[in-house]
Design a protein around this ligand. Structure first.
Ligand code: ZN
Length: 210
């Protein structure tokens, strides 16, 4: 453990599968940790609870809004650039530039088409999704995290296909698979040319060396 390490925690939105208060425990070990949170993520309870212990945590928290650019100078002197995209669910997606690398985390920004939704709702979804995708067009991304959600059944591949179509990504980690990682192999069966780009995952807690 290196306590002097710069750690930046990004929270895309408040849903339980994207936000867990355990992240604030990092503050105990890493004094240089900071938290970048979508504007709707609740943190008041945390601020109050820490204030009771005599600690002011507000300087560690930074709230962001959609479609904005931010720059953070880390303790190591390097600049972290953050661009937020509007999600098609709650909150934001993050496009980060740091140390010559570009990283994308979609949060819940995805083409959420559902068979049981009305045609109008799905049409609105397509429009909202593509408006955010246009911001990514032509981007060279080193590492990306993009939803691939088996609950969408026949529409499950559409969001990741669109993402791969507009960007040039070197490595993409599918997420939001709800433990059904087989969907990644199914995706690659349909898109064998993406075998080097889309990372096969087989279990929670797996580690990858890039
Ligand atoms: Zn989610």
């Amino acid at each position: 453990m290196d306590g002097t390490k710069d750690i930046v925690v990004f929270v895309s939105h408040k849903h339980g599968d994207h936000y867990n208060s355990a992240i604030f425990g990092l503050l105990e070990e890493y004094p240089h940790v900071r938290y970048v949170l979508s504007h709707e993520v609740p943190v008041k309870w945390f601020i109050t609870q820490e204030a009771e212990k005599g600690r002011d945590v507000e300087p560690y928290l930074f709230k962001v809004r959609k479609k904005q650019d931010y720059e953070f100078i880390l303790h190591n002197g390097k600049c972290l650039k953050v661009h937020t995209l509007k999600s098609t669910d709650l909150g934001v997606a993050y496009l980060l530039q740091y140390d010559g690398k570009t990283i994308y985390h979609a949060g819940d920004l995805n083409l959420w088409l559902w068979a049981e939704e009305t045609a109008q709702a799905n049409e609105n979804m397509v429009k909202a999704f593509w408006s955010s995708m246009e911001e990514l067009r032509g981007k060279q991304v080193d590492v990306a995290f993009v939803p691939l959600d088996p609950r969408q059944q026949g529409d499950a591949f559409a969001g990741l296909e669109a993402y791969l179509g507009v960007t040039e990504s070197r490595k993409v980690f599918p997420m939001h698979c709800w433990g059904n990682y087989n969907i990644i192999r199914e995706f690659l069966k349909a898109h064998p040319q993406k075998g080097k780009v889309v990372q096969v995952i087989s279990q929670e807690g797996e580690q990858f060396l890039l």
